[in-house]
Design a binder for this molecule. Structure first.
Ligand SMILES: O=C[C@H](O)[C@H](O)COP(=O)(O)O
Ligand SMILES: C=C(OP(=O)(O)O)C(=O)O
Length: 463
């Protein structure tokens, strides 16, 4: 007699999973309008690239994705906090051990500050291993009398201002996949192979240029050290602090890439996006009737939607019905990016509407994207004080409404760049000439990232 499978999580264990290629509904988006997509469908290599991506191993596994959704369910209940950080636009050349390690160490430091301040677990996610495509305000860029297609992230075209570099090339998706694979490999090694052991809390601070924020971190690390030595003397088991869970997420902008990396889970026979654990749709592509929302409605990952200052509360309620019709805990995150000057007016009606509908979502603040300015020298930047003010506004609004401020999402790097103005080391415009490295939007540097973490920790500790 055939073995009966009694485990409700693996009802199809003895049956082959259907192919993602013909899975019902997964290709509906192709009939819908899709903004911000590359023009590469006629490229001679397009078909072979897509076939190759359809057959490569998944970058993440459905079981990990489910685990992350459970962690986010705790965030929605106020039992954990969600920290996301990473580059605005990752680059192939910067996927080096040193750069990845600096970013992961900075995120681990921020997480320690938050965990200590809030006395609650922190769900950690890198905007990493897939953040290679960018929506742009304009399709083209003009320099002098030359106009070329805008840079759209290295998975689409190159940053150099030449016709050849700016051409959309589907082969870049393969490089994006392999760079994501090696980045994830290193992240997994760092976070489970001993490097993230909480007993190394001082080590993560080493190698960064000394600054007021890492001095403050050092004194917190000493307190943690003392607590660990005390627990050690009491005979505690340190298994749980030897490594940490760390997830990867990115904007699911390039539908050709996301669709090709969709796989059917052998346990449940349900589709999962396997390019990252968490996928989000951006402010420019979150139209309910369009392709991106349709695609995300079909995969079983935890998903996010960015919400800007012009967001309509009815649209938000319809997004909930479309993306989370079963109201699965941890499935849906709203990442609000209102701008410091608008958050106190624009956010309350949205949060109130969702609260009153009875839906439970994760609320995250992105204090970066509503606060971008250009300075006369031409650089795009953000004022650190605006970033901080948006974070404050986010906590104030949730406190007033009795809802849960669940997380923070920042563009940051572990490097000592000068891209955002201010902070206690007072970055000013004169530093941009030598230390401005981002290919798209400005990021918090190591010190500014830690300062934001200390600020959030103060709010969390008051809750
Ligand atoms: O990161 C977000 C967007 O891609 C970015 O803000 C767009 O910038 P742009 O207005 O210069 O196109
Ligand atoms: C484009 C982004 O954000 P938004 O959709 O909020 O503009 C981003 O986070 O890279």
């Amino acid at each position: 007699m055939a073995e009966q499978n009694q485990n409700p999580l693996t009802p199809f264990r003895n049956q082959p999973a259907p192919e993602a290629k013909n899975y019902p509904g997964l290709d509906e988006w192709r009939e819908l309008s899709a903004d911000q997509q590359p023009n590469w469908a006629d490229h001679p290599d397009f078909g072979t690239v897509v076939s190759e991506l359809e057959s490569v191993p998944p970058l993440v596994f459905a079981g990990e994705v489910d685990q992350m959704r459970q962690r986010l369910a705790d965030v929605a209940e106020g039992k954990a906090f969600f920290l996301t950080g990473g580059d605005c636009a990752e680059t192939f050349l910067d996927a080096t051990a040193d750069k990845i390690s600096a970013r992961v160490r900075t995120l681990l430091q921020m997480a320690v500050v938050l965990t200590y301040g809030a006395s609650m677990p922190v769900v950690k996610m890198g905007r990493m291993a897939g953040q290679f495509s960018k929506p742009r305000s304009s399709d083209s860029e003009t320099r002098g009398d030359v106009t070329l297609p805008s840079f759209r992230g290295e998975m689409v075209n190159g940053f150099d201002f030449t016709e050849e570099s700016r051409r959309h090339d589907p082969n870049r998706m393969l490089r994006g996949y392999h760079t994501s694979a090696s980045t994830l490999n290193l992240i997994r090694a760092f976070t489970t192979g001993g490097f993230a052991d909480l007993r190394l809390v001082h080590e993560w601070n080493k190698g960064f240029v000394s600054n007021p924020a890492n001095a403050r971190y050092e004194s917190l690390a000493r307190e943690i050290d003392r607590a660990i030595r005390f627990m050690d003397a009491c005979g505690a088991d340190f298994e749980a602090i030897k490594g940490t869970e760390f997830y990867a997420g990115h904007e699911a902008l390039l539908l050709d890439y996301e669709r090709a990396l969709t796989r059917i889970d052998s346990r449940t026979h349900l589709p999962y996006g396997t390019s990252g654990h968490f996928l989000w749709v951006g402010e420019r592509t979150r139209n309910l009737e369009d392709a991106h929302v349709n695609f995300l409605s079909k995969v079983h990952n935890p998903v996010g939607v960015k919400l800007g200052p012009t967001t309509d509360v009815d649209d938000v309620l319809r997004l909930i019905d479309t993306l989370d019709p079963e109201r699965r805990p941890g499935r849906l995150t709203f990442i609000t990016r209102m701008g410091a000057s608008k958050i106190r007016e624009s956010l309350p009606p949205i949060v109130e509407g969702v609260r009153d509908s009875g839906a439970k979502v994760v609320w995250v603040t992105d204090p970066m994207h509503g606060n971008t300015i250009s300075v006369p020298s031409g650089y795009k930047t953000r004022r650190f004080n605006d970033v901080v003010d948006e974070v404050r506004g986010f906590f104030e609004v949730h406190e007033a409404l009795g809802t849960v401020p669940g997380g923070i999402h920042v563009e940051m790097t572990g490097d000592d760049v000068a891209e955002c103005l201010g902070g206690s080391d007072a970055v000013d415009e004169t530093a941009f000439a030598d230390h401005y490295e981002t290919l798209c939007d400005p990021r918090l540097n190591h010190m500014q990232s830690l300062e934001v973490a200390f600020l959030v920790a103060e709010y969390l500790s008051k809750r």
